[in-house]
Design a binder for this molecule. Structure first.
Ligand SMILES: [Zn+2]
Length: 150
């Protein structure tokens, strides 16, 4: 759970980040982004990775993220006691002082992860996800993306 102030102000972008992360996890069996910067106009997510993405992978990720968005999944929150949450979710990013109750954000059946930020209530509010660019440098894959109203 990252408590970054910019996550509080752009629920669409931030919710898109959850879906992107889950899509990356499913496609590459890698961890979620370890660092990110979420802004209204464009956002970036960094992943520990071994190479840049191919154009085909970029298209595949875009397609998948938009497919999830178009399903208009309900975004919901659930609270778990820390011990229970530990058995179900990866809590390694949680700060030590996060308390006994863990808030899990679920995007339909697609994604579930601990988070304290603000989210849309249904995925269609996100509109359309678009890559801006990717680059790769010393073990870090950076994805830049934006949301467009199509
Ligand atoms: Zn979140």
């Amino acid at each position: 759970m990252e408590v970054k102030s910019n996550k509080l102000y752009h629920p669409q972008m931030h919710s898109a980040e959850h879906i992107l992360n889950q899509t990356m996890v499913r496609m590459f069996n890698h961890g979620r982004s370890f660092s990110n910067h979420i802004e209204k106009k464009k956002s970036k997510c960094d992943y520990h990775f071994s190479r840049n993405l191919t154009q085909a992978e970029i298209e595949q990720i875009e397609l998948k993220v938009n497919e999830v968005i178009k399903q208009d999944l309900i975004v919901s929150e659930e609270f778990y006691l820390k011990d229970e949450a530990n058995t179900k979710f990866n809590l390694s990013k949680l700060p030590d002082d996060s308390g006994d109750k863990i808030r899990i954000i679920k995007i339909g059946d697609y994604d579930a992860c601990p988070c304290s930020g603000l989210h849309v209530s249904r995925t269609k509010e996100i509109e359309t996800f678009k890559f801006i660019s990717t680059d790769y440098n010393e073990g870090v894959l950076r994805i830049r993306f934006k949301l467009i109203d199509e």
